[in-house]
Design a protein around this ligand. Structure first.
Ligand SMILES: C[S@@+](CC[C@H](N)C(=O)[O-])C[C@H]1O[C@@H](n2cnc3c(N)ncnc32)[C@H](O)[C@@H]1O
Length: 238
């Protein structure tokens, strides 16, 4: 790993500060759908969930869910096996449209939109329980300290937690710089490179997850661009 990539470097992303309906933000969210497809993020998340969930989930939470398009691509792959899901899409911006909710409904999934800052929500939601918590291209927004605190609050909420994040190595950074080739706008090009620098390597997320003898962790590279993490907590013996 080059020395510039040896440590995480968290820099604000432009998309996070643009108004929801800013044309540059709208275009960048469209780019993000293509970036997710190029990274095979939905397939990777599907693999993690299928491997670690013992039974079809009834309650699923996605944090940093954006406009729900990533989860919809996942739901399209999974609804045959997971026919009835209460899906909670949490984001601090209000991006999930009625049309999107109807697309989930057509698959048998009921959407609950949670418009909240994840840190504020997690402080108040200690009693919430889900079958799994998922997140995609989100954890890298946060410095290690606050992220460790957030993961400690999320861990008791579900037996399975999965995250797919940018892999912090030279090739993903090069690919991020090449995004002009697919017509990505300035916001996407900036945020993609910044995301790789803030991404993860090795077992960094395992180091931030609260230690527990009941918890099994899986972490590492998936494909060319993705750093994947799963935490599976066994039920406490009665
Ligand atoms: C890079 S986008 C990823 C969206 C989605 N997961 C996807 O893959 O398409 C990051 C999302 O995190 C949201 N976000 C950033 N900081 C947040 C916070 N503190 N609490 C909740 N959402 C946040 C942003 O609004 C944005 O929708």
């Amino acid at each position: 790993m080059s020395s510039r990539l040896a440590q995480r470097e968290v820099i604000p992303e432009i998309l996070d500060d643009l108004a929801e309906d800013d044309p540059r933000a709208v275009a960048s969210r469209r780019d993000l759908r293509r970036v997710n497809a190029l990274m095979f993020q939905a397939g990777i998340t599907r693999g993690l969930l299928s491997r670690h969930l013992a039974a079809p989930p009834r309650r699923l939470l996605e944090i940093g869910a954006g406009d729900g398009s990533f989860m919809l691509s996942l739901a399209r792959r999974l609804h045959g096996h997971w026919p009835k899901v209460d899906l909670f899409l949490l984001d601090r911006q209000s991006l999930v449209t009625r049309e999107r909710i109807a697309e989930f409904a057509a698959l048998g999934w009921t959407v609950h939109v949670v418009e909240a800052d994840i840190f504020a929500w997690a402080m108040d939601a200690a009693d919430e329980r889900f079958d799994a918590v998922t997140t995609n291209l989100f954890l890298h927004h946060f410095e290690d300290g606050p992220l460790a605190g957030l993961l400690a609050r999320l861990a008791p909420m579900a037996p399975v937690f999965v995250a797919t994040e940018p892999r912090r190595t030279a090739f993903p950074l090069l690919a991020a710089r090449m995004l002009w080739a697919i017509g990505a706008n300035d916001v996407t090009r900036h945020d993609a490179a910044v995301s790789v620098r803030a991404g993860f390597a090795g077992t960094e997320l395992s180091g931030l997850w609260p230690a527990s003898p009941l918890c099994r962790l899986e972490e590492g590279r998936r494909g060319l661009f993705t750093h994947a993490f799963a935490a599976v907590t066994a039920a406490r013996p009665a």
